[in-house]
Design a protein. Structure first.
Length: 218
């Protein structure tokens, strides 16, 4: 796979792809391949592609960024942007919108140490901690995450959320899709069906996970 052949990033997507709300399959495959080359060791990457991993400094530089604007200036983000599909006659406003969304995605997904396909963020945060018997993220903090009002607030809270689960056990694709859906709703495009809105999706996954062990303890 070469840097000039974005189509090849889809060579090893999961056989049973994640259900997506706000990004398409080509974007999902590009995002996953980007994360793999950005994060995995050369040895671990061999299971997915013959392409080499990128220097660790690329990920470190991106993780030091606090805003989407800063992320856009990094080499790591340029790799992602290069691989994402785009319309030939894409209007400037749409390109600007996509830049904001994907820079936010890059800021958060770069934090992941492990990609667990098909495991959504809400379910991971709702899982039971062995030490306390409580979820990794408390209901109060989870509600705060769901009410994030600005992109900066969203990135900060998502990074903190991932830290609670050791930045593991979550699907990079699900995470990207969640962020893209947040942006869609932030810009006023809210799905008419409540079940396709981010608040419902997160809550359904989170409380679905907590219910499993809370019922066992009753």
């Amino acid at each position: 796979m070469s840097e000039t052949e974005p189509a090849s990033v889809a060579e090893a997507s999961p056989r049973d792809p994640e259900y997506l709300y706000a990004i398409d399959r080509r974007e999902a495959d590009a995002l996953r391949r980007w994360w793999q080359r950005l994060t995995l060791s050369a040895e671990a990457l061999k299971a997915h592609t013959d392409a080499p991993s990128w220097p660790k400094g690329l990920r470190a530089t991106l993780r030091r960024c606090d805003t989407g604007e800063a992320a856009m200036l990094t080499e790591a983000f340029r790799h992602l942007w290069h691989w994402l599909p785009a319309e030939d006659d894409e209007p400037a406003w749409r390109r600007s919108q996509r830049l904001q969304v994907w820079s936010c995605v890059a800021l958060v997904v770069a934090e992941l140490r492990e990609d667990m396909p098909k495991i959504p963020l809400g379910a991971a945060l709702g899982q039971q901690k062995r030490e306390t018997g409580k979820p990794y993220m408390s209901e109060l903090r989870f509600q705060q995450l769901m009410t994030s009002r600005t992109p900066e607030e969203l990135v900060q809270r998502l990074r903190r959320a991932l830290a609670l689960i050791d930045k593991r056990g979550v699907s990079a694709v699900h995470l990207a899709d969640n962020i893209a859906l947040w942006w869609r709703e932030y810009q006023g495009d809210v799905a008419p069906k409540p079940t396709r809105r981010l608040g419902f999706i997160w809550a359904n996954d989170y409380f679905g996970a907590t219910t499993a062990y809370r019922q066992d303890n009753q």
